[in-house]
Each structure stands twice: as C-alpha cells, then as structure tokens.
Write a protein that binds this ligand. Sequence first.
Ligand code: NDP
Ligand code: GDR
Length: 339
Amino acid sequence: MVKRALITGVSGQDGSYLAKSLLEKGYHVTGALRRSSHPETIRLEKLGIADKIEYAYFDLAEVNNITRLVRDGAFDEIYNLAAQSFVGSSWDQPVYAAEVNGLGVVRLLDAIRTYAPQARFYQASTSEMFGLVRTIPQNEDTPFHPRSPYGVAKTYGHYITVNYRESFGTHASSGILFNHESPLRGTEFVTRKISRGLARFTRGVGDAVELGNLDAKRDWGFAGDYVEGMWAMLQQETADDYVLATGKTTSIRDFVRYAAEALALDLEWSGAAKAEQAVDRKTGKVAVRINPKFYRPAEVSLLLGDASKARAKLGWEPKVDVRELAAMMARADYDDWQG
Ligand code: NDP
Ligand code: GDR
C-alpha cells in the first residue's frame, strides 16, 4: 500500500525538502497551498518535484477547508509545517500569528480527532519557545519563555499537540527544531540575507548588507537533515516530542565570516555595537553595516540545542556543519545570480 502524506506549508523551505524526501520513499504527497495570484511552487520546481505532488488549496486560518481536507484525504501522516514563520513580522501581525501558528494547530488536530484518528501528526515546534534561556543547552525538559508573538503562538501549538496526544491518544509528535537553513531559505531570514547579500556584493551589484544584532547566537543546521528527523518521529510506535539541533552555536557575525570566506571576500571589521561595519579590503567598499531597524523589540540571544534524545531514539544525526552550510548557501546564491 502506498502511504499518503499531507504536508501543510509545502511551498516553504521545509515543505519542499520534506516533499522530496517522502516522494523518494514512495509516498503519495498532497501539498496544501494557500491560494495566491501566483502559485508559489518555485522551491518545488527547483527540486524538480513540482509536478509530482497533488495540490489542495487551504488556509490554516479557515476551519472548514481543513476539516474537508482531513476528512476526505485518507492520510496516514500529516505534517503541519504551515505558519507565519518570520519572527520579525510577528510583532506587526501578532493576532494573525496567534490565529495561524496557534489556533491553526488545534483546527487540524480536532479534524484529525473527528475524521482521521488513525493519522499520525507532526507539529513544527521551535526553539523560539525557549526564548529567554536560563539553561544551556536546551532539551525537551527546558522550560519555555517565548520572546515574540511568534514564539508565544508556537508554544500554544506545542502544548495543544501534547494535549491531544494525552486526551485522545492522537499519534501527535512535536519536533522542537532549532534553526535550519538551506539555499531555499526565505530571503528575509538572516542566513539567506547574508549569503544572498554577500553573493551580490561579490558580483559587484547591490549595496552593503544591512543587519541588526550581530551578537545573537543560533544553533544552525541544514534543512535537508531536519526533515529526515520529522519523518523519523512519525515512524515511532509511540508519539513523543524531540529536539533537533546540531549542538553548536554561532553568532551572526561568525556566520557572515563563514559566508565571506566561501566567496573569497576579505573583510575588515571595525566599530562597535550599532556602528560596527565590515569593509571589503579589495575594493574599500562597505560590505556589511548595522541598521538599527533590524533589531527586535525582544531578542532571543542564545540558542544551543541538545538533541541526544533524537540521536538515541530516532538514530537522527545532523550531517552538515554550520561552516559548510554558510558556504553551501553563499555559493548557491553566487551561482544562481541572474544579473
Ligand atoms: P517557510 O516560511 O519557508 O514556509 C512556511 C509555509 O507556511 C509556506 O508554505 C507558507 O505559504 C505557509 N503558510 C503561511 N501562512 C499560512 C496560512 N495561513 N495557511 C496555510 N499556509 C500558510 O518556513 P520553513 O519552511 O522554514 O518552516 C516550516 C515550519 O517549521 C514553520 O511552521 C516554522 O515556523 C517552523 N520552524 C522552522 C524552523 C526553521 O529554522 N526553518 C525552525 C523551527 C520551526 P506561502 O508560500 O503562501 O507563504
Ligand atoms: P529566527 O531567524 O528569528 O531565529 O527564526 P532569523 O534568521 O530571522 O533571525 C536569527 C537571528 O538573527 C538576528 N538578526 C537578524 N535577523 C534577520 N531576520 N534580519 C537581520 O537583518 C538580522 N540581523 C540580526 C535576529 O535578531 C535573530 O537573533 C527562525 C525562523 O525559521 C522561525 O520560524 C524558527 O522557529 C526559528 O528560526 C527557530
């Protein structure tokens, strides 16, 4: 029997890699997409799988389309990756973040409870739930203190997933994933902003890359590795929660350094705090500068994950190190440059 999977957020970074992986494993994949005037299948096209997916239009803010999709789809596995995923804009649209990232999850879970109780469910939870961290590294037992409307909404999504598992026996797992990136990462996220900005700078187009807080530290892995962990969670007999992370933390400044290295850019750093900048020694031009508008109202300063549970129970291991990741992204942006 061919297994049937539903991926919400299939047009996003993780949705695309997960769809590719499930297709390779022999699944039938239904990808739920938001209706748009321009169907956003560009990442799926880049991976060569856009025409191998069955599409269903849906929005997590609307209950009826979710119910119909779950009722009629006969899905074995449902991966909820759809979200308003950019932390920065969640302060501008806090109610929408709660609606989609929080209530959207219970809409899906309740449809599963009612119409597809046999389906296995994956919720895309996040290290942003840890927020103001007091314990380093963070694992499944670390208390949450989210620092953004995005993180608060995702914390509800996490707990309601746990609650449906405990209340109704739903096979519902929550993956607490630390940052994971790729050449398909959205251009507003800091890693891609850096790789794309420096690639353009190296090509001689585009101004300096303007960034916010260079001192924030993240545990960055490769998205292609993380979607394998999502799948592994749903193959377990019992549903559970798992942290996926590399166990190494890196500052934004060092990510800039790694991407610059891969592009053979020789940067000279000067100044401090909001006056810090990096000049390209070859051309004398400013390649990176601070723009205070990219600072956040409340920052998550340091994330460092402990994925020992996933390693032990799922046999999951991240394969790409942060330096290789920065190089992979910078080179892809340099090569993809269209003029
Ligand atoms: P992306 O921003 O690349 O993808 C998000 C997806 O959600 C897109 O397909 C988007 O559709 C869709 N979406 C947004 N709003 C709605 C809505 N109202 N209804 C239906 N679909 C919607 O994110 P990632 O792939 O990076 O992340 C996947 C998930 O994992 C997200 O839930 C994110 O919060 C979470 N996460 C991500 C981490 C990471 O480091 N990447 C780490 C931890 C958790 P459209 O194309 O129309 O915008
Ligand atoms: P994050 O990712 O908020 O961790 O959420 P992002 O790349 O946006 O920010 C990471 C850190 O970089 C600092 N930063 C900047 N960020 C952006 N976007 N732009 C800048 O110019 C800039 N300068 C410095 C930020 O302040 C922050 O500290 C991502 C998303 O994928 C979420 O959906 C996911 O849940 C978490 O990762 C884990």
